[in-house]
Write a protein that binds this ligand. Structure first.
Ligand code: F6P
Length: 422
């Protein structure tokens, strides 16, 4: 519904952190909701860096069809970043720069679409208005495949990676089962999720019962126990004939060290993870002598829009739309979060939650979601996870057999400020 008086000022939207299969659906929700209110939307190129560098994009130059196509296009249409704003006290110059850019372009609402680190950035910016005498409202918009944001029942991006993981576990297991008699006995799939095992848990939806895959899930919440792992792999192969293992990239040993680190760290101090599957595979070969295959879907899992969850795609759009409504209603320092009102049939709604309760917190899997031996998921976990992968969100395909993804024009806004180096 169009309101009678047009709100004054512009809205700035930025994407942050690791992108997802549906973050652009959130962008579509933001832009379409703002357009409906006659509000012009700029996007910052590469997240908060675009705001600091005054590298802004005029989304008004994009057609209605291009914005609508964002709903089925993966990646981050405006570019994303990992960049930590330091404290206002120690890095005042960065905050002054943001206000300078906001003022120059009459930005009155800033929507930052990201995970827990980005919620911290959004919270800091929400406090700027008072500290620097410029009226700016800031809304955090949730997104992360890791599903580790506090307060919200789930995070846009997770349902789709969960569906990809459950489907891939099922498909690869059918493959292994066919060959096990004379060839591969153990298949190991490594999934993302950093310190939280939500994605690994989603693999558990592939099957139910002791003989159904995945036979073992290795969670970051539970220290790796080599003896128990090898014993269960061996018992499974002897009983079933083959064994599927799903391991979280964030798996740690009893000393708390990651089993596999790439050796690099991002701006927030997070270690780059990856490579736990080959470590486990080598162990299986050395100690049990079984032939193995392992897979590391890495970016394939968080970009697989062709296998997105309908529920997830809808929620991603809804949080974008709600963020605009909150901003235009004058709210500040909040995030639209997903509240589950019923498990089956699944029902959800969006409500505002304070950013202060979300910034820098990490939601891990509750102990009640892990089976007693720590290698599987419980009925409670299934109840939580199952609705999130429900429904398909098909992408249109072209004559060449490839999806019709949109590439925006991303027309730059003329600069009005001095150059600022980041
Ligand atoms: O954004 C979360 C995430 O997808 C993690 O699961 C993963 O560990 C990380 O991003 C990878 O980050 P980057 O793409 O910056 O290496």
């Amino acid at each position: 519904m169009k309101s009678t008086s047009k709100p004054q000022g512009r809205l700035l939207y930025a994407q942050s952190g690791g992108v997802t299969a549906v973050i652009n659906a959130t962008a579509a929700g933001v832009i379409e909701a703002a357009r409906a209110q006659g509000v012009s939307v700029y996007a910052a190129r590469n997240g908060i860096l675009g705001a600091l560098r005054e590298d802004l994009i005029d989304t008004g130059k994009e057609t209605k069809a291009a914005i609508a196509a964002l709903r089925h296009t993966p990646g981050g249409a405006f570019g994303s970043c990992r960049y930590k704003l330091k404290s206002l006290d120690s890095h005042r110059v960065e905050y002054e720069r943001l206000i300078e850019v906001f003022r120059a372009h009459d930005i009155r609402w800033f929507l930052y679409n990201g995970g827990n680190d980005s919620a911290d950035t959004a919270l800091k910016i929400s406090q700027l208005g008072k500290a620097m005498g410029y009226d700016i409202r800031c809304i955090g918009v949730p997104k992360t495949v890791d599903n580790d944001l506090a307060v919200t029942d789930c995070c846009p991006g997770f349902g789709s990676v969960a569906k990809f993981t459950a489907v891939s576990t099922l498909e690869a297991s059918l493959d292994v089962a066919s060959m096990a008699d004379t060839s591969t006995k153990v298949f190991i799939l490594e999934v993302m999720g950093r310190h939280a095992g939500w994605i690994a848990a989603a693999a558990g939806l592939a099957g139910e019962g002791a003989d159904a895959p995945p036979h073992l899930i290795l969670f970051p919440e539970k220290a790796f126990d080599e003896t128990a792992f090898l014993a269960k792999v061996k018992a499974t192969v002897e009983r079933v004939g083959w064994c599927t293992v799903v391991a979280s990239e964030g798996l740690r040993n009893k000393e708390g060290q990651f089993l596999a680190e790439a050796g690099t760290r991002d701006a927030f101090g997070h270690s780059q993870l990856g490579g736990v599957a080959p470590v486990l595979a080598a162990l299986v070969k050395e100690k049990l002598g079984y032939k193995y295959h392992w897979a590391l879907p890495d970016y394939l899992q968080r970009s697989a829009r062709h296998l997105a969850s309908h529920t997830d795609a809808e929620q991603a759009y809804a949080v974008g739309k709600a963020a605009v409504e909150y901003a235009l209603a004058g709210m500040n320092a909040v995030m639209p979060v997903i509240v589950r009102t019923n498990d089956a049939p699944y029902r959800w709604k969006i409500t505002p939650a304070p950013l202060a309760k979300i910034a820098n917190r990490e939601k891990k899997m509750p102990a009640s979601f892990l089976t007693r031996d720590g290698f599987g998921i419980t009925a409670a976990a299934r109840r939580y996870l199952a609705p999130l992968i429900q429904g398909e969100a098909p992408v249109p395909y072209g004559k060449n057999g490839l999806p019709l993804y949109v590439l925006l024009k991303n027309t730059a806004v003329a600069k009005r400020c001095e150059v600022f180096s980041t």
